[in-house]
Design a protein around this ligand. Structure first.
Ligand code: FAD
Length: 348
C-alpha cells in the first residue's frame, strides 16, 4: 500500500495532521491504537490553557479557532479563577486574546465574589476570566469523523517505523512518515531528549463547583470533568522511564494536592471516585518537536501536558510546511540540541 503520508499515532496531534493533509489533497493513512488514545486523551482534564507565554499563546489561540471549526459542542465556556503571581503577564495574555476576538474579562472583584469562602493568602491576587474546556471524548470523535470524511485510511495496530514507510502486522505501508506517537515517540524514534512523565489527576465525587480554578501559586487545578465528577490535578511532574510506568498514579502526591485544594476551601468534604494517570511527554526546553528528523521522516510530539491546547495548531503548521513550504516555528526544530533530563519549567 502506498500513501503520500503515513501518520503513526491517533491522538489529537495525529488525527489533526491526518485530516489537514488529506484536505490539502494528499493520500493519508493513520496508524493508531484507539484504546491508547482514549487512555491518554480520556484521562485529560480538557482545560484549554491560555496563561502561556508566546509563541505558546498564539498556538493556543489558533487551536481554539480550529476547534470552533469542528463545532461548538466540543468546547464549553466557563468562569476560570486564576490565582496569579504575575498579573502583568496575565494582562499581556488578555490583550492578545482580545486582539483575536476571544473574550477575556479581567475581574479581580468578581474573583473575590466567586471565591466566596475560599481562603486566599495575604496579598495574593486572583482574577476571573472567561475560559474554555473541552469535552474530550466528543473532540476525539469529531476529529476522527473529520479525518474519515477527508478520506484518511485509519489502520488499527502498533506500527513499526522503517525506511520509507511503516510496518503494520507484516504489511509495509509506504509513504513519508509522520510520528505523532505522544509519549511513545521516545521509543518509536529513540529520541534521547524526550522526557516522559505522569500527567495525573484524581476524580472526586463531590458535585459543588461552579468555576474552574487554576492555582499557579500552589500548582494545582480543580475542574468539573465531563462525567460530572471534579478533576483535581497537578502541575508537578513525576518523570518516568517508560510510558507504561506513567500509568500508575502517585496516590500520595495526588492526596497532597487534594488536601491543598481543601485547605483553600475550593473543595469541602470529598470522596475520591478514581485516580487517573497517563503519560505525557515534553522536552527539556519545553518546546515541542515539530518538523523533519531526516528525509521522509517527520515528528509531531512533546506537548508537555498541554496537547489539547496547542497540538492542532502545530499540526496545521506542519501540514502547511509540507504543502506549501511555509517555514515552521524555529523553536520547535526537532534537530535542535536537546539534552536528556528533567524539564526546566513545565508550561502547564
Ligand atoms: C491526567 C491528564 C490531564 C491532562 N490535562 C490536560 C489539559 O487539561 N489540557 C491539555 O491541553 N492537555 C492535558 N493533558 C495532556 C493531553 O492529554 C496530551 O498532551 C495530548 O493527549 C497529547 O496528544 P498526542 O496526540 O500528542 O499524544 P497521545 O494522545 O498520547 O497520542 C499518541 C497516540 O499514539 C499512538 N501510538 C504510539 N505509538 C504507536 C505505534 N507505534 N503504533 C501505533 N500507534 C501508536 C497511541 O495510539 C497513542 O494514543 C492531560 C493528560 C493527562 C494524562
Amino acid at each position: 500500500m502506498r500513501y503520500d503520508f503515513v501518520i503513526v499515532g491517533s491522538g489529537v496531534a495525529g488525527l489533526s495532521a491526518s485530516f489537514m493533509l488529506a484536505e490539502r489533497g494528499y493520500r493519508v493513512s493513520l496508524v493508531g491504537l484507539p484504546g491508547l488514545t482514549s487512555m491518554v486523551a480520556g484521562s485529560s482534564s480538557g482545560i484549554l490553557t491560555y496563561h502561556m507565554r508566546e509563541p505558546f499563546l498564539s498556538w493556543a489561540i489558533r487551536t481554539a479557532e480550529i476547534y470552533e471549526s469542528l463545532g461548538q459542542m466540543i468546547v464549553e465556556k466557563v468562569d476560570s479563577v486564576w490565582f496569579s503571581t504575575d498579573l502583568d503577564f496575565v494582562r499581556a495574555v488578555e490583550v492578545k486574546l482580545a486582539e483575536k476576538g476571544l473574550r477575556v474579562r479581567r475581574d479581580e472583584e468578581k474573583a473575590r465574589e466567586l471565591l466566596g469562602s475560599y481562603r486566599s493568602f495575604e496579598g495574593e491576587k486572583a482574577l476571573v476570566a472567561d475560559a474554555f474546556r473541552l469535552r474530550v471524548k466528543d473532540l476525539i470523535d469529531a476529529l476522527t469523523s473529520r479525518a474519515v470524511s477527508a478520506g484518511v485510511a485509519i489502520l488499527e495496530g502498533w506500527g513499526k517505523v522503517g525506511d520509507g514507510g511503516v510496518y503494520l502486522k507484516n504489511e509495509r505501508i509506504e509513504g513519508e512518515v509522520i510520528v505523532a506517537a505522544g509519549a511513545w515517540a521516545k521509543e518509536v524514534l529513540g529520541l534521547p531528549g524526550l522526557i516522559v512523565y505522569k500527567c495525573q489527576a484524581a476524580r472526586l465525587g463531590s458535585p459543588r463547583l461552579w468555576s474552574m480554578v487554576i492555582d499557579d501559586v500552589l500548582d494545582f487545578y480543580v475542574n468539573l470533568f465531563h462525567d460530572g465528577t471534579i478533576a483535581v490535578g497537578d502541575g508537578v511532574n513525576v518523570v518516568t522511564a517508560t510510558p507504561e510506568d506513567a500509568l500508575w498514579p502517585d496516590k500520595a502526591l495526588l492526596e497532597e494536592i487534594i488536601e491543598r485544594a481543601r485547605k483553600r476551601g475550593i473543595i469541602g468534604s470529598y470522596e475520591v471516585s478514581r485516580y487517573v494517570s497517563a503519560p505525557c511527554v515534553g522536552t527539556r526546553d519545553t518546546f515541542p518537536l515539530v518538523g523533519e528528523l531526516k528525509e521522509g521522516l517527520y515528528v509531531l510530539t512533546a506537548f508537555d501536558g498541554v496537547g489539547f491546547s496547542i497540538a492542532p495548531a502545530l499540526a496545521e503548521a506542519l501540514a502547511d510546511h509540507l504543502h506549501r513550504g511555509t517555514p515552521l516555528p524555529p523553536q520547535v526544530d526537532p534537530k535542535r540540541e536537546l539534552e536528556p533530563g528533567e524539564p526546566v519549567e513545565p508550561v502547564d
